[in-house]
Design a protein around this ligand. Structure first.
Ligand code: ARG
Length: 579
């Protein structure tokens, strides 16, 4: 609808330019917004206010001229002037109803495919020294949701789990493995314990620390023994990650892993390329690139160090190599990095350098989709009671346990197996949704009580809303998939409000795709659930006065149910038929 309105206004403005009412060079950005109060129409446009100066007219007078010039369109029933000169558009409810009928008949809910792109999603990317902890949650969950939305809209998504599998921490682990004959898989099963023991030795014993440093050098020089131990450690570590991904229901597999080590062979070439382009400057023995646009507070240009004095490579070097790979081999149109906000400057700098050095093709979009920190309920960094980092696996277990108690209290009669299944879905969904529903860039406090509440913008509330729709259909011979006869008619206000929301699904998804902001979809679904609930309470469905109304309302309910389910699935949440 917004596109239609923008197009109509555009046509009107063209006409007014031809008529000499507006100057030749008028090229406004036409903004159309949803109105809050539906008595003032469904959409509002402030164009008359924006153009009143160049037109040398009062906004309301210009608004009148625009309305008189607007081409007729069957989707619009009327246009009014409001306040200082807003154009308020009223949607034609018959046209709206038939669009929803068409959406209901379509397995893809009437959501058109966008121009398909190849999109790399840099997702999760933990450092493989220890088990995943809460700090890895946001990248994994937000990246997964955006990837799903892009796929739904027709993009080809290439997930890249850029794990840190080549850093100095591996020397420590290798030295520890050397010291303690590690025989079975079982010895390494407690990865966290193993890592901590190695770190303790490293901090306490100078000889051990030196051996660890030697082993990093040996590893990076390709020593066979080191490499095979490293590989073994990496396999175990990755299988721990995979367990977490599977429990979270995140679409990531071993195929998506392309760690820092995989760019190893290419790093000398990155340096050679930068040298050939005359971009490198030696500074205290290190190889650096200086770009004028990056200065510190004192006005000194900041370096990007790409090779250390001893010859070692850095995080930036690997990122340059991976960008080149993503552009040349993966042929990406976009690369979206779901990485902690605090790495913002790093990405600004390597993106700029990659462009300057021609490592990515000029039209390729590089975007750091940064996110804020996850704090504990007290607003301070999230820690266990004894001050340690919280393992993601433990957090998930706690979420499931808490959900179990909750669901059991509500439904004491459920059999154990179903109870467990529901608790799993509710617990995981609660954790994921709490994260997804916050503005990506803000910090947020992790709070079990809040996220497991059945009230407010939470997963339990939304999952429950879906089960209410499902329960309506259990009482009929129809399914939500469109075998309901008749047509949608929009009479009651609650029907119209719900319908207008349902018609916005595609727009919301496109927004998420463009900006990498799943919280926009969360807010939409939360509103939709509320609108369904007022519709449900005010417009009897199964006991409607006549058959045409019953069918119409069932169709509306079916579309609401499917939109909710689809939306939740795109966020990576598993819906339940009952709970
Ligand atoms: N391993 C890094 C960390 O834990 C994140 C990597 C993000 N991706 C990238 N291409 N730099 O901080």
């Amino acid at each position: 609808m917004k596109d239609i309105i923008r197009h109509l206004v555009q046509q009107a403005l063209h006409q007014l330019i031809t008529d000499g009412v507006l100057p030749e060079d008028t090229a406004p950005n036409i903004q159309v917004e949803n109105t809050r109060d539906k008595t003032h129409g469904d959409f509002a446009c402030n164009i008359a206010m924006m153009l009143s100066k160049p037109a040398k007219m009062k906004p309301r007078d210009l608004a009148e001229k625009i309305i008189a010039t607007l081409p007729a369109n069957s989707n619009i029933s009327k246009v009014e002037i409001a306040g200082p000169g807003f154009l308020n558009f009223f949607q034609n409810t018959d046209a709206l109803a038939s669009r929803l009928d068409a959406a209901l008949a379509d397995a893809h809910l009437g959501v058109p495919h966008k121009t398909p792109q190849r999109v790399v999603i840099d997702i999760s990317s933990p450092n493989l020294a220890k088990e995943m902890h809460v700090g890895h949650l946001r990248s994994t969950i937000i990246g997964d949701a955006v990837a799903r939305v892009l796929e739904y809209l027709g993009d080809t998504v290439i997930r890249q789990n850029h794990v840190g599998d080549w850093g100095t921490q591996f020397g420590m682990l290798l030295a520890f493995m050397e010291e303690n004959t590690v025989n079975s898989q079982a010895d390494l099963a407690d990865l966290e314990g193993f890592y901590r023991a190695a770190k303790k030795r490293f901090d306490e014993d100078e000889a051990f620390a030196n051996r660890a440093r030697e082993l990093v050098v040996a590893l990076q020089a390709g020593d066979d023994n080191c490499l095979s131990l490293w590989q073994r450690f990496k396999d175990i570590s990755l299988s721990h990650c995979q367990e977490v991904y599977d429990r979270l229901g995140v679409k990531l597999s071993m195929q998506d892993v392309r760690g820092e080590s995989s760019y190893n062979h290419d790093l000398p070439k990155v340096i050679a390329d930068l040298t050939a382009q005359g971009l490198l400057v030696e500074d205290n023995g290190a190889q650096c690139v200086f770009m004028d646009e990056f200065k510190n507070a004192e006005g000194e240009t900041l370096p990007i160090i790409v090779q250390k004095a001893g010859g070692g490579y850095l995080y930036s070097t690997t990122d340059l190599a991976s960008m080149r790979y993503r552009s040349r081999e993966l042929k990406a149109d976009r690369a979206l990095y779901f990485v902690d906000q605090r790495q913002g400057l790093h990405f600004q700098m390597v993106f700029a350098l990659a462009r300057k050095a021609g490592f990515v093709h000029p039209e390729m979009e590089l975007d750091h989709m940064g996110f804020g920190t996850m704090n504990g309920p007290d607003g301070r960094p999230f820690k266990t009671r004894d001050g340690g980092t919280v393992k993601l696996a433990d957090l998930i277990t706690e979420a499931e346990e808490r959900a179990y108690v909750l669901v059991k209290a509500k439904n004491p009669d459920l059999d154990e197996q179903e109870l467990k299944q529901i608790a799993h879905a509710v617990g995981i969904s609660a954790v994921k949704y709490a994260d997804l529903s916050k503005t990506r860039t803000s910090d947020y406090s992790f709070n079990f009580e809040q996220m497991l509440s059945f009230e407010g913008n939470t997963a339990p509330y939304l999952l429950y809303a879906y089960t209410r729709v499902a329960s309506v259909f259990r009482k009929t011979d129809f399914t939500m998939d469109g075998n309901i006869p008749g047509q949608i008619h929009l009479h009651a206000e609650q029907e119209q409000v719900l319908a207008a929301s349902l018609a916005r699904f595609a727009e919301v998804l496109n927004n998420v795709a463009l900006k990498g902001t799943p919280h926009v979809l969360c807010t939409y679904l939360y509103d939709l659930a509320g609108q369904f609930s007022s519709f449900y309470e005010n417009c009897p469905i199964l006991t409607a006065e006549d058959q045409a109304t019953r069918y119409s309302r069932l169709r509306l309910a079916a579309l609401a149910g499917r939109t909710l389910k689809q939306g939740l699935e795109l966020l990576g949440l598993q819906t339940l038929e009952r709970m």
